[in-house]
Design a protein around this ligand. Structure first.
Ligand SMILES: CCCCCCCC/C=C\CCCCCCCC(=O)SCCNC(=O)CCNC(=O)[C@H](O)C(C)(C)COP(=O)(O)OP(=O)(O)OC[C@H]1O[C@@H](n2cnc3c(N)ncnc32)[C@H](O)[C@@H]1OP(=O)(O)O
Length: 219
């Protein structure tokens, strides 16, 4: 049996990027596993065998542990990334992950929810769609040079949100006042039927003010 030393060391440059890419592939495989768990119909003895194998894999990953998920950083291309984030982090299996692009009006994404996001029968849990909008709104605020934390989020659920097909989400800053930024946005079907819409208030903590404008170019 060989020992993977690269996985236990904090390496720099392309070695580190290569290892992070591998971690991203693992995270995506775990998302597939999570969907497989919620959809499986195999027999009980097979469930027990798979459970044992997953427990073994869990222990292998625990052989070298960090104290926290991967933290926010500037990627080699100069963009901001937070690989351990629960919504957008490529290396966090809990994350969709959400890929937001900056548009002339704000930000936009094409999320596809998964069976593991089930809330009401055959549709996505409202807490999950709210979480996605929260993050997208924060990204819209940051892209406008107004990095902030969510102070409030008001969500209106118009139609059940389906999983398994691409949807469209967008968000834009509607108003600013001192450290406060209001953001509106929605999740809709590609043909424009609104499923969830929301309004959020984001507040820039005083300590974040110096970084706030610089961040806009990195989103
Ligand atoms: C390597 C670095 C590069 C970085 C690059 C970044 C790129 C970005 C890209 C991607 C962005 C990612 C996007 C993430 C999005 C997700 C965001 C979340 O999920 S955040 C987690 C949930 N939210 C919390 O945990 C907040 C907890 N609350 C707090 O920390 C504080 O309450 C905070 C910061 C919100 C406000 O605290 P205070 O001390 O700064 O503000 P005070 O002085 O109390 O109030 C200021 C004004 O705001 C009003 N205010 C405060 N809280 C309010 C509230 N909840 N509702 C309404 N008004 C409120 C007050 O009444 C006051 O108003 P008056 O100035 O008097 O008019």
């Amino acid at each position: 049996m060989t020992v993977e030393t690269a996985a236990t060391e904090e390496t720099g440059g392309s070695d580190r990027e290569s290892r992070l890419a591998a971690l991203g592939v693992l995270a995506e495989q775990v998302r597939e596993l999570m969907d497989a768990v919620v959809l499986t119909d195999v027999a009980e003895d097979e469930i027990a065998r798979v459970t044992e194998e997953v427990a073994v894999l869990t222990e292998r990953l625990r052989a070298a542990r960090r104290d926290t998920p991967l933290q926010p950083e500037i990627a080699p291309d100069g963009s901001f990334r937070h690989l351990g984030n629960a919504v957008a982090g490529d290396c966090n299996p809990y994350a969709l992950p959400l890929k937001a692009e900056v548009t002339p009006d704000g930000v936009r994404a094409e999320p596809t929810f998964r069976p593991m996001h089930e809330g009401p029968p055959n549709s996505v849990h409202g807490g999950v769609t709210a979480m996605i909008l929260d993050h997208l709104f924060g990204t819209a605020a940051a892209a406008a040079g107004r990095l902030g934390m969510t102070a409030s989020l008001t969500v209106r659920y118009r139609r059940p949100t389906p999983y398994g097909r691409p949807l469209v989400a967008d968000a834009a800053v509607t108003r600013t006042e001192g450290r406060k930024t209001w953001v509106d946005g929605r999740i809709a079907t590609p043909d424009g039927t609104v499923l969830v819409e929301a309004t959020g208030l984001f507040i820039t903590p005083t300590a974040w003010l110096p970084a706030s404008e610089e961040v806009a170019d990195r989103v």
